[in-house]
Design a protein around this ligand. Sequence first.
Ligand code: ASP
Length: 465
Amino acid sequence: MKRILSSQAEKYLDQTIKVEGWICSKRSHGKLVFIDLRDMEGLIQVVFNPSESKAYEIAKKVKPEWVVEIKGRVSKRPEGMENPKIASGNIELRAEEIKIYSEAKTLPFAIDTDGYEISEEKRLRYRYIDLRRQRMKRNLEIRQRVIYFMRKFLIERGFVEVETPILTKSTPEGARDFLVPSRLHPGKFYALPQSPQQYKQLLMISGIEKYFQIARALRDEDPRADRQVEHTQLDIEMAFTSQEEILNLIETLYIALVKEIFPEKKILQIPFPRITYKEAITKYKTDKPDIRENKEDDQELAFAFITDFPMFEWHEKEKRWGAMHHPFTKPQTEDIEKIKKYPEKILAHQYDFVLNGYEIGGGSIRTTNLDVLLAVFEVLGHKKEEIKKNFAHYFEAFSFGVPPHGGIAAGIERFLAITLNEPSIREVIAFPKTGDGRDLMMNIPSEVTKKQLKELHIRIESKNK
Ligand code: ASP
């Protein structure tokens, strides 16, 4: 017999169907036993009558979260007993048979609440149970709808989604790399991508003029409460483009997306305001201004683009210049002497995408003049020879015909946390890590065996040494 989902059951009125799922709750009324069964689509009420004695005896025994199969007849609920809150609320199932697939221990916490009242450590430790919660299911579903919308929108406009490697080479994007030791090549390492930055630029040289990817970016950053060591971003690159074209594309995409998936939200200003970095700092004292008038109103979305960032920023602690975005960003001048002499004066073709006071994306037009790129790297403190060695592939690629190009990356999680009014990005990630990069469920990072270390040519120095 085919399984019927709770939401579809009403279509089978007066027929016998099979449902499968988890026991959500159980109660007795006189001689009858009522069970609410939960499947991926919702709940269905099942009634056990002593006249079906075998099923009835089992029903008396089952407990919440046991997984069962039930066969029964779909019947209209008695008048006045309908439940308009659930899809199957007009009917109930009169049980004829019940089979137990698996029993379940008492859950570590309740799943019929929104869960904010439970300690997050506990929720993360038992994340697979936490995800049974209605709110978490909704978040994952909306996450998928957002990503699906982005894919569809871009594919319809001629973009090609290309997967780029996870095992790659260290690229200076401003964070520390996660390194992966090579077993086959002793002493050598891969780096996990801080973003697909180099690959997407190389794809422009390949003639994939419109690239996108729902990409994972991995950054070994210092602990911070609402930060993840891995996050997902909508990564875009275009050839023969301009800043205006990229910003317009993003604007059109997000307006359409909000209209379709978050129709209850109001976008504060269309077109999204374009504010220069200087203006933002002067007027709002931040480069991610929250331009909402009423910041309590969680139905309002205030998007903005911040443009014309400085190319470099001074790292006082390390006494060196860093790139405000990344070294591949095009400075607003090609005057190499000026770049090297007055780095503090150089602006970049760089833009950030901001929503309600959070940076939700950023990108730039890229340098295609290699002399300029070299000058930028020199300001950042790299030696010419070292750059030419580390980026040999990049410099070589640029000698084979490079189109002007630029792109952007927009974070998926922060956008979702804001639109879903969630307090943290962890609420929109199925299996998040803590702010200091631990997975409390899998208990990672974890130690590995001596044999594994040996194969990788790695020796751990004891901490006390
Ligand atoms: N790679 C950049 C980032 O991940 C985005 C870009 O410049 O396109 O922030």
